[in-house]
Design a protein around this ligand. Structure first.
Ligand SMILES: Nc1ncnc2c1ncn2[C@@H]1O[C@H](COP(=O)(O)OS(=O)(=O)O)[C@@H](OP(=O)(O)O)[C@H]1O
Ligand SMILES: Nc1ncnc2c1ncn2[C@@H]1O[C@H](COP(=O)(O)OP(=O)(O)O)[C@@H](O)[C@H]1O
Length: 501
């Protein structure tokens, strides 16, 4: 392939990978074997955030085609076939998942000495089409990306970016969310072997005046320790003269755990995120900011900070996900009671209940579930902004939609709780008789029976309960309350929080 610029997806990728993947400690074990016929077999076991996953991957190369087949713990089979040089400098990638029939995707990549172009489309009627293009050299590249939904005939995204890559550093700027956000990142390798690096990222969302600064330093050193901390700055980060930064609590500098990578290598990761929400940027009564065409954001002088101080807690979202019958609603109620007993204000958005009113127009088809989750995510965000601890208990079977709800909130304020209860236990409980009806074919598309559930891979809390209901419910609620307490949500002033992994 050519020696031109990378793909649009490569802009800012190195910094993003370091900032996101290295935050949670994970343990990965993999074995690869190669047969004489050219078939490679790799088995991987991963423990991430308390969740275990395993997969088996086979790879077979034949002429200009590479066949990859991956089978994961949920028995999902992902097949990817990559054809190189079907036309000069062109690569075609076809992928599909079984049993998800609608997951087929075709991607065509074209590489030129000064350009790289990709086009991706789902293999179905009225697909989403994604087109990206980059121009430049391996050192400097300019790129743009657009997504088009052929069913609604609307653009789902248009983003642009620029990146500069040097042997020891790379910098990038991405204008995303249809021009509503800008992200600038810089990564500097601290040694020739590229085992240590410092990364900085500044993110601003214009419509919400939200700013995030993330600094990360990754060092390969013999003395080991890891700590993670975040600092919230508010109000008025947007106006730098009003910036208030308090990193007074030295707790976050103490090593809080060990991180292991590979066989015997030990590394020190020092992690600090600084998060700012400047909804109160103007704080002048009646002042408005134009954000999008004819829609104007109206600021109010009473801010989230003010509301939080009033009730001495921090607004956040506890997102409880799991199969029907896994105990989501029971935990939500037990948690709400435990918080009430401590004088803390919470509110439950339960899937079943919300579907009686706000979402009574939605079915259990994939797109309606997505809309159900999106609406609850937006409402939960408003509750959190009100300073309330919002407990959302929904099956929310798809990782993508849960991630979208997470992205609505400031870092750390979305706390995902996975009810890790096996299907056979939920089915044995069957309090509403729904599993029985689903097995009898009376309910179609029932989660866990004939509709998928994707367990979280990196959630904050995993709950497994096999004991008697009453004692375990209060213990489970206590796990969540302790998390909130340790991370500063049960008081208004949470200046520095220590998220150790
Ligand atoms: N087809 C199908 N699949 C799953 N669940 C079904 C279905 N039909 C009805 N129910 C009942 O609806 C409740 C789940 O609603 P949610 O809003 O949480 O679901 S989702 O997040 O949109 O997937 C769920 O409640 P819980 O048992 O409390 O989870 C079920 O009682
Ligand atoms: N920790 C537990 N141990 C045993 N049974 C439980 C536990 N939590 C909930 N249950 C029971 O399981 C059933 C389903 O609980 P529910 O909270 O309604 O789940 P979901 O909201 O996920 O559908 C109910 O009958 C409930 O009493």
């Amino acid at each position: 392939m050519s020696k031109g610029p990378g793909l649009f997806s490569d802009i800012g990728k190195k910094a993003k990978d370091l900032l996101t993947r290295d935050y949670t400690s994970d343990h990965k074990f993999s074995i690869s074997t190669y047969s004489a016929s050219g078939v490679a077999l790799t088995s991987t076991a991963l423990k991430k955030g308390g969740v275990h996953a395993a997969d088996v991957t086979t790879q077979y190369k034949y002429k200009n085609a590479v066949f990859d087949v991956k089978i994961d713990t949920d028995s999902t089979v992902l097949t990817t076939v990559t054809f190189t040089e079907i036309l000069p400098s062109t690569k075609a990638i076809v992928s599909f998942k079984v049993p998800d029939n609608s997951s087929g995707k075709l991607e065509v990549q074209y590489f030129h000495d000064h350009a790289a172009v990709t086009a991706t489309a789902a293999l179905k009627q009225n697909p989403l089409i994604d087109i990206t293009a980059t121009l430049g050299t391996p050192v400097i590249s300019f790129g743009a990306e657009a997504g088009y939904d052929t069913s609604s005939k609307t653009f789902t995204k248009y983003n642009a970016g620029i990146s500069v890559t040097k042997p020891d550093a790379c910098a990038s700027i991405i204008l995303g969310d249809k021009g509503d956000s800008i992200k600038a990142s810089y990564l500097h390798h601290l040694d020739e072997s590229k085992r240590s690096a410092a990364v900085g990222e500044v993110y601003r969302k214009f419509s919400t005046n939200e700013n995030t600064i993330t600094l990360f330093c990754f060092m390969d050193v013999a003395a080991v320790g890891r700590c993670a901390g975040r600092c919230y700055v508010s109000p008025a980060f947007g106006e730098s003269r009003n910036l208030r930064l308090s990193l007074s609590d030295s707790r976050s500098l103490e090593p809080a755990g060990l991180k292991f990578r590979g066989k015997s290598q030990r590394r020190l990761s020092f992690f600090r995120r600084i998060m700012a929400t400047d909804e109160s940027i103007s704080a002048r009564p009646g002042e408005t900011q134009q954000i999008n065409g004819n829609i104007v954001w109206h600021s109010c002088p009473i801010t989230k900070c003010d509301r939080q101080e009033l009730i001495n807690q921090k607004g956040c979202v506890i997102w409880i996900t799991g199969l029907s019958g896994s105990g989501k609603s029971s935990l939500a109620c037990a948690l709400s009671r435990a918080l009430y007993n401590r004088g803390k204000l919470s509110y439950i958005l339960d899937g079943d209940n919300v579907r009686h009113g706000l979402n009574s127009d939605l079915s259990f088809k994939a797109e309606d579930r997505a809309e159900n989750i999106r609406r609850v995510g937006e409402v939960a965000k408003l509750f959190a902004d009100a300073g309330i601890i919002c407990i959302a208990s929904l099956i929310s079977p798809s990782r993508k939609e849960r991630a979208a709800c997470r992205a609505l909130l400031p870092l750390g304020d979305f706390i995902e709780v996975f009810m890790d209860v096996p299907l056979h236990v939920c089915e044995a409980r069957d309090p509403k008789g729904l599993y029985k009806r689903a097995r009898a074919g009376e309910i179609k598309g029932f989660t866990g029976i004939d509709d998928p559930y994707e367990p979280p891979l990196d959630c904050e809390i995993v709950i497994q309960n096999n004991r008697d209901e009453n004692s375990s419910l209060s213990e489970m609620a206590e796990i969540v309350v302790s998390y909130l307490d340790q991370n500063g949500y049960l008081k208004a002033q949470a200046v520095v929080e220590n998220h150790s992994t």
